[in-house]
Design a protein around this ligand. Sequence first.
Ligand code: HEM
Ligand code: HEM
Length: 273
Amino acid sequence: MIAAALSVSLYGLGYYTTAVAQRPFLPEYHFMKPSGAYSHGLGIIGASMIIVGVSTYSTRKRVRKFWSLGKLSHWLEFHIFLCLLGPTLVVYHTTFKAGGIAAISLWCMLSVAASGVIGRFLYVQIPRNIKGNELTEQEINGELDDLNRQLSASPLGVQVVKSIDESFAAISKSDKLVTTIGLLFRLQSTKRHVRHSVREMIARSHLSHEQAKTFYKLASARAVLLQKTVVLTQVEKLFFYWHAVHLPFTVIMFVALAAHVAVTVFLGYRWIF
Ligand code: HEM
Ligand code: HEM
């Protein structure tokens, strides 16, 4: 993706760095302007990527008939890939100038893509099963019990579980929006700290390499699950608010895009057709 973004940027570097008023005097103007074969093409390809990225993910997530079609998390990766690359190509399509209805679509697109990064961060804080569906409270407790049983089969395991649980219990819950974000970062660093001390405890034990690997995996899974459950209610609330931004902005973006395309077709711009 970075390679694609770099290629388009290097290809048109001379054009993009020329002042807008001077561009019509460049020999490549008719090829590079937003309605020119090159940039017009980037707009069409970029917009198509966004449409495919949104529609495939939404359909897979919402239409029961497609629920057996691959893991939801893989579809989300696909959504993110297309919806990062697509907007990048669209930005080059505009040749870094924005006016009229198209500007509404552009700013909505950039806001949605930027908010996507925050959404992705919140998304991974919510415990999910292997298919990518959110775990219920009962399933989370079942998983924690299961990990406890497997780890507590040895004295080292009992000690490790105690240390992990105490570290997370020490972090108090908070209801406020600002402190939730602070808490998320604190939990990340607690998880790192817990993993580090588990590695040290394992190093001091006499476990074989294979046993140590399995043990660390279980301990790490417990730490990750506890890290996510401490702030689950708050993260779910934030994720709900996040959807309330990501979705309407997408709708406005598509409505403005439809109007923008309709105007350009009406004006006679048909790309290579
Ligand atoms: C989300 C997708 C898109 C966004 C955000 C977008 C945005 C823009 C912007 C900001 C401009 C420059 C306006 C100016 O000169 O001030 C532009 C120009 C243009 N766009 Fe798009 N565009 C998108 C997709 C498309 C698509 C899919 C097509 C064609 C089917 C298209 C066709 C054009 C044409 C022909 C122009 C030149 C118009 C002119 O010079 O009068 N755009 N677009
Ligand atoms: C112009 C670009 C983008 C558009 C138009 C867009 C649109 C959407 C839409 C409509 C949904 C809701 C799907 C549904 O619930 O049916 C969604 C979900 C999501 N998007 Fe995007 N998105 C864009 C870019 C991104 C980017 C760049 C990221 C991450 C870096 C991202 C991350 C997510 C996440 C995490 C979800 C939530 C998944 C869920 O709750 O199931 N999006 N996006």
